[in-house]
Design a protein around this ligand. Structure first.
Ligand SMILES: [Zn+2]
Length: 258
C-alpha cells in the first residue's frame, strides 16, 4: 500500500516495467506517475500476488526433498557399529538446520536380503530408526508401517552391520509418512497449524496429488516437502522441484485439482 511516484517508476526503467503494471489493493499513483505509465502504453492491472491471496494458499508452492533410505542412530549404536568413542562426521547439511548426511554408511540385513551403503544421518539421536521405502521392504523381507519419524512403537526390527560391529534392532524400521516442514511464520502464511494435513499437487507427465501430507511446524524448520523414493518416483519428482498446495485437511480449495 502507498503512493507510487514517477521517480520510482523511472528507476525501474532499466530492468523493465511489467505490462500491465501490478497494483496492490490501496496502491495509488501520483498524477505524474500515472501519465508516465500511460505515455509508455503500460496498462495498470491487479498484481499476481493479489490473485494468489484471493485463491488462499492455492497457488503457493513448496520445494521438494526426496529422501532415499537412511538410518538415524543412537550414540550407543554409533559406537557399536563404528567403534568405541566414535562420533559421526558430517558430509553435507540437509534442508533442516543442524541436520546432516554423515560420511558413515551401514548395511541393512533382513530375513530376505541385504542393502549396502545406507547413509547415516546426523546428529545421533535418542533411539535408532531406519527409514526405508516399501520397495526396499520387499528386498529385505521387512514390511514396516507408514509412520511419522520418532513413532517406532510396534514396528519391525532389522540388523545393522557397520565396520566395527553389528546391532540387532528389535524395532525401529518405518516407511516415513510424507510431511512438510515449516517455520511458524510460514505456517501463518499457509494458514495451517502443526498437525494439519495438506494436499499437494505435482506437475509433469505423471502428475499426482498427495492427499494427506502432515504439517510439522517448528521454529527450527525450513520449508520443505519430504517424500521417500517410492512416492517421489511415482510422480517423477526430484529434490528441488516444487509442488502446489491445492487443499487442506482433506478438502480441495475452490478451483484446485484436475
Ligand atoms: Zn523431514
Amino acid at each position: 500500500m502507498g503512493f507510487i511516484t514517477e521517480s520510482e517508476l523511472r528507476a525501474m526503467l532499466k530492468q523493465g516495467i511489467p505490462n500491465p503494471y501490478p497494483v496492490r489493493e490501496g496502491d495509488k499513483f501520483t498524477p505524474a506517475a500515472y501519465d508516465f505509465l500511460k505515455g509508455r502504453g503500460i496498462q495498470v492491472g491487479p498484481s499476481q500476488a493479489n490473485d494468489a491471496n484471493r485463491q488462499q494458499a492455492g497457488s503457493r508452492t513448496i520445494p521438494v526433498g526426496v529422501s532415499n533410505r537412511h538410518v538415524h542412530l543412537s550414540p550407543e549404536d554409533v559406537e557399536r557399529l563404528f567403534g568405541s568413542g566414535y562420533a559421526l562426521t558430517p558430509m553435507r547439511p540437509l534442508s533442516q538446520p543442524g541436520q546432516y548426511a554423515a560420511n558413515e554408511k551401514v548395511t541393512l540385513l533382513g530375513p530376505k536380503g541385504l542393502i549396502q551403503n545406507v547413509r547415516v544421518l546426523g546428529p545421533a539421536r535418542g533411539a535408532s530408526q531406519v527409514e526405508i521405502s516399501k520397495t526396499d521392504g520387499f528386498q529385505l523381507g521387512v514390511h514396516p508401517p507408514v509412520r511419522m519419524s520418532g513413532h517406532i512403537e510396534e514396528t519391525p526390527g532389522i540388523t545393522l552391520i557397520g565396520p566395527a560391529g553389528t546391532v540387532v534392532l528389535q524395532q525401529g524400521v518405518i516407511v516415513a509418512k510424507c510431511h512438510v516442514h515449516m517455520s511458524p511464520q510460514e505456517a501463518a502464511e499457509f494458514d495451517v497449524e502443526n498437525g494439519d494435513s495438506l494436499m499437494l499437487q505435482t506437475t509433469g507427465e505423471r502428475s499426482i496429488m498427495y492427499m494427506d501430507v502432515a504439517v510439522r511446524v517448528h521454529a527450527n524448520y525450513a520449508l520443505d516437502f519430504h517424500v521417500d523414493l517410492d512416492e517421489g518416483n511415482a510422480a517423477g519428482l526430484k529434490t528441488g522441484d516444487r509442488v502446489t498446495v491445492c487443499g487442506k485437511n482433506g478438502k480441495l480449495f475452490a478451483g484446485q485439482g484436475r
